[in-house]
Design a protein around this ligand. Structure first.
Ligand SMILES: [Zn+2]
Length: 247
């Protein structure tokens, strides 16, 4: 069993000067936390989700590590909204699904699920510059990502170039049944995908709350340190692209 109390302790130990946390609800007895890093509530917002699947711990670690980074210059540009572990029961038991054996990533319309309620409460119809959902893949030998975007510049390949410095990239022409280029899954027909898999968290949030949603996938076969570094690098590269390209 993984120690969620350690996650709780790390959240409570965050620097209160820039990090505020709240309990959004609880799932199977475990609290779900939302963290806000903000210096100015007029700044654009970035949402980061970790631990949607309980057996993908690198995203949880990356969220917590990101909260500990002292990048004051980013706080002059953005506010960060972070749910480090949306599925604490799965995290504790190392299962993809929650205690009801539901894959919450694809259960967004299930309004009575505590994890979905917590997410909806935190998102609260806000608009985000970008949403980053941190995932892992047990079958991939390298890192890859999805970039859903509306009328905004593609930056997925910029992110991948940076991640390639710390983690191997999955260079297959097809990933998870979809064609891919240099680790970036090619643009998906989201209506088709929603028909296949249901209205998932990524599709629902992309439709209603942002012009860009990125799902990053680290290969579980590599060391946790490498995967966490890859996830943090992806988040950093995303922010730096937004700042340098004035997106
Ligand atoms: Zn996942």
């Amino acid at each position: 069993m993984r120690d969620y109390n350690c996650v709780i302790r790390r959240i409570h130990a965050l620097n209160p000067l820039h990090a505020k946390f709240e309990i959004l609800g609880s799932a199977a007895g475990w609290p779900i936390y939302g963290i806000t890093l903000s210096k100015n509530d007029m700044l654009p917002k970035i949402l980061i989700l970790g631990g949607v699947h309980g057996d993908e711990p690198a995203g949880v670690e990356a969220c917590l590590a990101f909260c500990d980074l002292n990048h004051q210059n980013w706080f002059n540009s953005f506010q960060f909204y972070i749910i480090p572990c949306l599925n604490p029961h799965g995290y504790v038991h190392d299962t993809r699904n929650n205690d009801q054996d539901i894959d919450i990533n694809w259960a967004f319309p299930s309004k009575n699920l505590p994890e979905i309620q917590a997410l909806r409460k935190f998102v609260n119809d806000q608009e985000y510059k970008v949403i980053i959902s941190l995932h892992e893949d047990w079958e991939s030998y390298g890192y890859y990502m999805y970039e859903y975007r509306k009328d905004v510049t593609a930056i997925g390949q910029n992110i991948l170039k940076r991640v390639a410095e710390v983690c191997p990239i999955n260079l297959d022409g097809e990933i998870d049944g979809v064609s891919a280029t240099d680790g970036l899954v090619d643009e998906l027909d989201l209506e088709e995908r929603a028909k296949m898999r249901g209205l998932g968290i990524p599709i629902a949030l992309f439709q209603d709350n942002t012009d860009r949603l990125v799902t990053t996938e680290t290969p579980t076969s590599l060391s946790l340190d490498c995967r966490v570094e890859a996830q943090i690098t992806a988040i950093q590269a995303m922010i730096e692209n937004y700042i340098s390209l004035k997106l």
